[in-house]
Design a protein around this ligand. Structure first.
Ligand code: URA
Ligand code: URA
Length: 226
């Protein structure tokens, strides 16, 4: 037994020496989470890159950076907003401005971390003056969102505000009527809720936050978080 262990240790030492000779002086801990499904992860990474280079609609001309989205490919939970705002456009990351800070807090309250979920938008480039994205822009961009959904295959998508809710539900009723009730999009459950910037704009109205929290508790229940 001891001989066997000595041999294994000797083999490891040799391997480490070899790596050192190659100029490798530290070994990263394997990312077990990623290794299970790495071809899908690669596909998501190359999709994000493709989005960053996209010039297929007029929004590409006015944007600073395209904002593909970010998070964990293995998640059961996606958040879909409307489109990047000015801070997102500068940084190339979704929901990093004022509304984003609130969304991050909501996600924490759900006992997730931002990195555990996937966050993106219906359109990946900022509409000028934060106007709503136009139908043609949404149609040009939707292939990216649909591919993200296919690769991530979440159980639940939370739609933030009117634009993403309308996109998934093809409903004329607004967010106030639709929030808080699950619908479905293919096999995925859709939970519409208010947009965090609507909460920011209406700070005084505490009932809005409570409603969003009720909606998120329903999502947590579906995901076994309650
Ligand atoms: N509002 C959105 O809809 N999306 C963002 O990424 C930021 C603000
Ligand atoms: N309009 C929106 O687009 N979102 C809200 O959350 C409320 C009003």
């Amino acid at each position: 037994m001891k001989e066997k262990i000595d041999h294994i240790i000797e083999e490891i030492e040799k391997n480490l020496e070899f790596l050192q000779e190659l100029g490798i002086d530290s070994i990263a801990k394997p990312d077990y989470n990623a290794s299970g499904n790495s071809s899908q992860k690669q596909a998501l990474i190359s999709l994000e890159k493709e989005i960053k280079d996209c010039r297929e609609c007029p929004l590409a001309q006015s944007r600073t950076k395209a904002v593909p989205g970010e998070g964990d490919i293995h998640t059961d939970l996606m958040f879909v907003g409307e489109g990047p705002g000015s801070e997102e456009d500068k940084q190339g990351r979704p929901f990093v401005g004022r509304a984003g800070k609130l969304l991050t807090r909501i996600i924490k309250a759900m006992t997730f971390d931002r990195r555990d979920v996937y966050i993106t938008n219906v359109v990946k480039c900022r509409p000028p003056e934060n106007r709503n994205p136009r139908n043609e822009e949404i149609q040009t961009c939707e292939k990216y969102l649909l591919k993200q959904i296919e690769l991530i295959s979440p159980k639940v998508i939370v739609t933030l505000g009117n634009v993403p809710t309308k996109y998934f539900l093809k409903e004329s009723r607004g967010i106030t009527a639709l929030r808080g009730q699950f619908s479905s999009f293919h096999e995925i459950r859709i939970m519409p809720t208010f947009h965090p910037s609507y909460l920011v704009r209406n700070q005084g109205d505490k009932s809005l936050k409570k409603m969003v929290w009720q909606d998120m508790q329903k999502v947590m229940a579906v995901l076994g978080k309650k």
